[in-house]
Design a binder for this molecule. Structure first.
Ligand SMILES: Cc1cc2nc3c(=O)[nH]c(=O)nc-3n(C[C@H](O)[C@H](O)[C@H](O)COP(=O)(O)OP(=O)(O)OC[C@H]3O[C@@H](n4cnc5c(N)ncnc54)[C@H](O)[C@@H]3O)c2cc1C
Length: 385
């Protein structure tokens, strides 16, 4: 396994617990560092994967507050805990510890620089070591060497992000989302409490994220007044485009960000990456235990069965959002103020599976189309095609 992030460690734990010989190769000297992540993860998703909340939980989210470009906020809540804010360093380490406890070897300070295919795949590292394996899992994050060197990278598109940990005038338990193309074109900005600090971040499809973020912190009419001057840490990172890679070739499988396994609308990849890592591990177990390596091809099918609808529906809706002007975003936000639409949203929202909500809203489309008006409806329809 290349990469000791959440996806790599989770796959490693499952495989080692089954008695297979596993090495997890990590380029850094410690697991979890450096981390550039807000750490919001659905409470039910972790439960589904059997991961019990530990000392890495920093906060619990019950509410979302969305600021459209008009800055008239829309608040959504069902009163229950929807997601956790986690300490990524501690979380990643707890998954690595579990993998080691199950019998995996964790090899730190080893960077994979190439994958060779002779008689099966081989991981080449920077110090000219070669690790031969029956199966290689690329869990090496958004800029995956394994994806590139195995010819699995389909598109090089990323959301570029910048984030700080800072003091901010922000309630506990709320995630604030800011939509405005002047600050975060093609994505959004956010703010959430993580223990005693706030994580404030911005993602953009185009432009320089650091410059846009500086502008957001100093000029955004609402956010600039909430974030204090004391900055405790800064980072930049990228989120891969959903499904921008093939995920299997022979005995090489990709998982997590390396595989482009992120939510199409928000870029969140912790839950989906862990979930797909489990599916990859199951395919590897079936292949190695039966001796039928073609069982590895079931991995792609399993991922599409679980997330195919979410990926395809989400990608279409993201395409629509990408082309919306600030005026369109303001117009759209007025729908969320409609009682019936709010009810549909609250009834069908699932933090880890967005397709249920999108499908419920599409079912309401005939009524929405009436209020959108035919000209606007045609314009949005054109965005989708
Ligand atoms: C600013 C920002 C905020 C985010 N916020 C959220 C959020 O709130 N919720 C959410 O769900 N997702 C969030 N994400 C996405 C989330 O961070 C990723 O989806 C998640 O970390 C993916 O896990 P992973 O294990 O696939 O990869 P990573 O966490 O990237 O782990 C990859 C590991 O591989 C190692 N590695 C890389 N290359 C090599 C190599 N060549 N050789 C050896 N080792 C290597 C790395 O050092 C790292 O340890 C955010 C991303 C960004 C950029």
């Amino acid at each position: 396994i290349v990469g000791a992030g959440p996806a790599g460690c989770f796959a490693g734990k499952i495989l080692a617990a089954r008695g297979l010989r596993v090495a997890i190769v990590e380029e850094h000297s410690e697991v979890g560092k450096p981390a550039c992540c807000t750490g919001i993860v659905g409470a039910s998703g972790l439960g589904e994967l059997g991961i019990k909340p530990g000392k890495w939980v920093l906060g619990k989210l019950r509410r979302a507050k969305i600021y459209p470009p008009s800055n008239v906020p829309i608040e959504l809540t069902r009163g229950k805990v929807e997601a956790l804010v986690i300490d990524r360093v501690k979380f990643d380490r707890s998954l690595a510890d579990a993998a080691v406890k199950a019998g995996a070897d964790l090899v730190l300070n080893k960077r994979c620089v190439d994958i060779a295919f002779n008689d099966g795949p081989m991981v080449k590292t920077q110090d000219v070591d070669k690790l031969k394996a029956r199966v290689v899992i690329g869990a090496d994050g958004p800029l995956s060497v394994v994806a590139r060197k195995s010819g699995l990278l389909v598109s090089n598109e990323y959301i570029k992000c910048a984030q700080v940990e800072a003091e901010a005038d922000l309630d506990n338990g709320v995630a604030e989302i800011y939509l405005d193309n002047n600050f975060s074109p093609g994505f959004f900005s956010w703010m959430v409490k993580a223990g005693r600090v706030a994580r404030v971040g911005l993602g953009a499809k185009s432009g320089n994220p650091t410059r846009l973020f500086k502008k957001f912190l100093s000029e955004h009419p609402v956010a600039s007044k909430k974030v204090g001057k004391t900055i405790f840490s800064r980072c930049t990172g990228v989120i891969p485009k959903c499904m921008s890679r093939k995920i299997q070739k022979g005995a090489v499988l990709l998982v997590g960000d390396a595989a482009g396994q992120v939510k199409p609308l928000t870029g969140g990849g912790i839950y989906i990456g862990l979930s797909c890592a489990k599916l990859a591990a199951e395919a590897v177990i079936n292949a190695l235990e039966s001796g039928r390596m073609e069982e590895l091809e079931c991995y792609q099918e399993a991922v599409m069965k679980k997330f195919g609808t979410e990926f395809s529906v989400g990608i279409q809706i993201k395409k629509l959002f990408d082309q919306m002007s600030n005026e369109d975003l303001n117009f759209l936000s007025t729908f969320l103020m409609d009682e019936e639409v709010r009810e549909t949203v609250l009834k069908n929202f699932d933090f880890d599976h967005h397709e249920k909500l999108i499908i419920a809203l599409v079912a309401k489309a005939p009524e929405l189309l009436k209020s959108i008006g035919i000209r606007r409806a045609l314009k949005y329809f054109k965005f989708l095609t």
